[in-house]
Design a protein around this ligand. Structure first.
Ligand code: SF4
Ligand code: SF4
Length: 440
């Protein structure tokens, strides 16, 4: 059987070398020009009868096969993507919980999707969560909890109580426990950080919406207090204990402010405190809003191609200044929490959901802490998805990374121009940054 080159190889030209990236295996190889020429002629080779008299060549070919740059002629790459995706989506070794200890929030962001009814998980609901975990933890290898909100740090006593008991449950079941927090950062004081550290939180995700002026104007505290500098100070001290992911929202109207934010972060010496900086397009997330949620109007919201241009410009600037960017190849075949079998989102009213964006929305619940999971359509619509999603995804070079994108957007009938990964429009340059990062 002859060998062929994977459809999912991308090559980036360096000065005297060529970098190959295979999206199926998420691996990269630096080729000398000679090695690249050998690679390009590999379809001459028979996979079972490689040039046995040339051990170096055999080793090179084996390397390319292991990292999926070359595959058997009849290897079905789409079937492989589907297999890997199903394997991770239905992985029985992991239990993932996204817990919203409160729907209350100290901020009033204009785009927030949440129905902030101010509720907190009561004692009964907390006990029910523990029962649910005790029942489902048997046979698992890991339990990961993500504290989400509202603003989860408004409910630190609940996080402390639940974490403590969940950690005991995990220890008894010999299951590895880890946690992350998604917070606006305003309450991430030294005291809160120390407590969360004891509660085995490893990663903290904080969002900024632009530079000092814009952030203080659009992402303000309920009483109008300005929090940009408080958040930066909190990141500084929290970075001693946690890995900090900084998410920056981007929309057509805040681009210059995001550029200026990167400068401010540099001037404020934040580079060493941020382990991952990434940019995310903003949409109309408001639940119950009459406007469609994922629409790109070019004024307030961007489509993937427009965002790709801006993302590249911002990433190049941040990279040049020495910030660590997120690894664009570090994406899970399991897609996201919503479509994984062993992941649950629990909101403060005790609803059991699949997608983050549905917290506080009773109509999307697939059950409650009180009654358990009902296998209704609110569950099935997340589990019953096919990869690839359509004929365009089937042909798309970025399918192994994008996997068809966000299921919520498909359910909301978002146009493909919004759903597609920006990588489809900026892969060469973004991957060049990736290569420069790994070279460093
Ligand atoms: S479906 Fe979309 S919005 Fe919901 S958790 Fe997955 S990626 Fe996030
Ligand atoms: S959603 Fe778009 S980018 Fe993603 S796999 Fe489908 S066609 Fe490709």
């Amino acid at each position: 059987m002859t060998l062929k080159s994977s459809k999912y190889n991308i090559f980036i030209k360096g000065d005297n070398e060529i970098y190959g990236i295979n999206l199926l295996s998420r691996s990269s190889i630096e080729f000398s020009l000679d090695a690249y020429n050998v690679f390009m002629s590999l379809d001459k080779y028979d996979s079972e009868n490689l040039s046995l008299d040339d051990p170096e060549l055999n080793l090179f070919i084996q390397n390319l096969k292991d990292s999926m740059f070359i595959i058997e002629d009849d290897f079905d790459e789409i079937a492989y993507i589907r297999y890997r995706s199903n394997q991770e989506r239905f992985d029985k070794r992991q239990l993932g919980l996204v817990i919203t200890p409160t729907m209350g929030c100290n901020f009033s962001c204009h785009y927030c999707f949440e129905n902030k009814d101010g509720s907190y998980l009561d004692n009964e609901s907390q006990n029910r969560i523990l029962k649910l975990v005790a029942h489902n933890i048997i046979g698992k290898e890991s339990l990961n909890v993500q504290w989400f909100g509202g603003e989860p740090l408004l409910a630190l006593p609940i996080i402390e109580n639940l974490s403590h008991k969940l950690m005991i449950l995990a220890e008894k079941a010999r299951v590895e426990y880890s946690a992350t927090v998604i917070t606006n950062g305003a309450l991430m004081t030294e005291q809160a950080s120390n407590l969360l550290h004891k509660m085995k939180v490893k990663t903290v995700q904080i969002t900024l919406d632009g530079d000092r002026t814009l952030h203080n104007r659009t992402r303000f505290e309920n009483h109008g207090d300005k929090f940009f500098d408080v958040i930066l100070n909190n990141i500084r001290q929290a970075s001693k204990l946690f890995s900090i992911k900084l998410r920056v929202h981007v929309s057509p109207f805040n681009i210059p402010r995001v550029v200026s934010l990167i400068d401010t972060l540099e001037k404020e010496g934040m580079k060493e405190c941020i382990d991952e900086l990434y940019f995310s397009p903003l949409f109309n997330y408001r639940q119950g809003n009459k406007l469609p949620q994922y629409i790109a109007d070019g004024k307030k919201f961007m489509n993937a191609e427009e965002f790709a241009k801006v993302q590249l410009r911002l990433a190049q600037k941040a990279h040049k200044l020495g910030f660590k960017l997120s690894n664009i190849l570090d994406t899970s075949y399991g897609i996201c929490t919503a479509v994984r079998e062993n992941t649950l989102v629990i909101d403060a009213s005790g609803n059991l959901l699949k997608c983050y964006k549905d917290v506080g929305d009773n109509s999307q619940a697939m059950g409650t802490l009180e009654k358990g999971i009902t296998p209704n359509n609110n569950l099935l619509k997340w589990m019953d998805i096919s990869v690839p999603r359509d004929a365009e995804c089937q042909e798309c070079k970025f399918l192994p990374i994008c996997l068809g994108g966000c299921s919520k957007q498909w359910q909301e009938n978002a146009p493909k121009e919004v759903i597609c990964t920006p990588l489809k429009f900026n892969a060469d340059e973004m991957l060049r940054l990736y290569v420069e990062n790994i070279k460093k």
